[in-house]
Every structure is written in structure tokens, then in C-alpha cells.
Design a protein around this ligand. Structure first.
Ligand code: DGI
Length: 154
């Protein structure tokens, strides 16, 4: 009892890519492991697709513009309650709030404000499944249904 292995999708956003060393240290310090990782760039259309649940929000355009503004690093993390464990490492969504409420969190240390907030983590097991498939699509048995998803341009 008590041990529930999960996978989650972690993203280092463009403003924090140069901090990848410190951030991977935070992953392992939290008891999680990195099981997949890649550096890539998200064109605006794919960023909008990734954040589709927020399309009606006032901050949507800023969000999409920001995450597509430069390279990102996406990782599959694994460990006990990885979804909530990684979100605890991230800290509050707004980096200004994070600096007050969780000063050692990733967003407190490496983010700037409510938009430029250094990192992302899936918020549930269901979104983790969707987001991992988005960045690390399983090819076996899926065929053409994968064509709408992110594809590396390299
Ligand atoms: O899961 P989170 O990233 O912590 O937060 P979320 O899923 O509610 O929102 C996704 C991203 O959208 C978040 O990392 C930053 C941006 N965002 C959310 N709420 C606001 C926001 N950006 C601005 N400018 N203002 C907001 O209120």
C-alpha cells in the first residue's frame, strides 16, 4: 500500500531551458526518474493544440506565443504519485506567487510571472496520458490517427 507508480509529462518552457541541469537535479531530488526526454520547438499551431483546454481563456494567445517562442525540453517522469510530485516541484502557477509561497520551487527560482513560469506538469493521470502521447507518440498499431499530433520537423 501507499506506493503508486505514475508517469507524467514535464516541460521546461523556453525561459528556463538554460536551467536544465538544476531542473533535472530537482527531478531526482523529488524521488522521480527521467524515462524519456527531448529538446524541441513547438510551432504555434501545435502549442495551441497542446493547450486546447485553455482556448477560451484571456491568456490563451500569450500562453501559445510564449511556449512557441523558443526551444523547450519535454520529459516523461516516473515515480510514486509522479503527477502531484512534479507539480509540487513546480510550485504555484504564477512565479510571483511561487516566490512568496514556495520559494524553493522551480517556478519561484526560474520563472518570471504568470505567463513566463518556467515549467509545466500534467494535472491528472488523464492529462498525463494525453500529453505523453502528444510528445512521445506510440507508433505501434495507431497508423494514420497520429497525423494530427506533434511531429518533429528535424
Ligand atoms: O497547470 P498550470 O500550468 O499550473 O496552470 P493552468 O493549466 O491553469 O494554465 C496553463 C498555463 O497558462 C500556465 O502555466 C500559465 C498560463 N496561465 C494560467 N493562468 C493564467 C496564465 N497566464 C496568465 N497570464 N494569467 C493567468 O491567469
Amino acid at each position: 500500500l501507499g506506493s503508486r507508480k505514475e508517469r507524467t509529462l514535464a516541460m521546461i518552457k523556453p525561459d528556463a531551458v538554460t536551467k536544465v541541469g538544476s531542473i533535472i537535479q530537482m527531478v531526482y531530488d523529488a524521488g522521480l526518474i527521467v524515462t524519456k526526454a527531448k529538446m524541441t520547438k513547438l510551432p504555434g499551431k501545435q502549442a495551441a493544440d497542446f493547450y486546447i483546454e485553455h482556448q477560451s481563456k484571456s491568456f490563451f494567445n500569450n500562453l501559445v506565443q510564449f511556449v512557441s517562442s523558443g526551444p523547450i525540453i519535454v520529459m516523461e517522469l516516473m515515480g510514486d504519485e509522479a503527477v502531484s510530485a512534479w507539480r509540487k516541484v513546480l510550485g504555484p502557477t504564477d512565479s510571483g506567487v511561487a516566490r512568496k509561497d514556495a520559494p524553493s520551487s522551480l517556478r519561484a527560482q526560474f520563472g518570471t510571472d504568470g505567463t513566463k513560469n518556467a515549467g509545466h506538469g500534467s494535472d491528472s493521470l488523464a492529462s498525463a496520458a494525453r500529453e505523453l502521447e502528444f510528445f512521445f507518440p506510440s507508433t505501434a498499431g495507431h497508423g494514420p490517427t497520429n497525423t494530427a499530433k506533434y511531429q518533429d520537423s528535424t
